[in-house]
Design a protein around this ligand. Sequence first.
Ligand code: FES
Ligand code: FES
Length: 158
Amino acid sequence: MKKSIGFRLNGQPTTLDTEEDRTLLWVLRTDLGLTGTKCGCGIGACGSCTVVVDGTAVRSCQTTLMEVAGKEVTTIEGLARGDELHPLQQAFVDHGGLQCGFCTPGMIMNAYGLLLEDPRPSREKVVDAMEGNLCRCSAYKRILEAIESVASSNGGRS
Ligand code: FES
Ligand code: FES
C-alpha cells in the first residue's frame, strides 16, 4: 500500500508517495535519479550502497524507506559544494583511491560517516570501519591513504 513518506535528502525536504517497504537504494536510484549510490550485491555484503542517515553510515540496500522517515539522508551527491569536492572526494582523486570507481561512492560515504563520529581515527579504527567495504579492483592501500590524509589534516567537514 502506498504511503506518503518524508525525509531530508542532501539538505532538501523530500516526500514520496510509495510503498514504505521499498529499499532506500532503489528509491534513490530509480525514483530520485541519484545513481551515485551503487548496487553491488543487494544483500548487505559489499558496502557499495552506503549512505549516511542521521550521521551514521548505513547500507541502503538493507534500509527501507520507512526507516528513514523524518531523518536526514546524505548521499555521495550531497558532499560536494558546487564545484568544490569534499575533502574526502579530493583525497581519493589525489591518492588514486579508485580504479573502476564502482565501490568509490560507498567507500567515501562510509569514511564520511566514520569521520563524523571520530574526526581523527587511528589507523586501526579506519581499517576496522572500512573492512566491510569491498573493492574488486583492490585499491585498498590507496583508499586507506586517502582517508588517513583527511583524518590527519582536519577530519573533513561535516
Ligand atoms: S549493495 Fe548494499 S551492501 Fe552490497
Ligand atoms: S575501484 Fe573498482 S571496485 Fe573499487
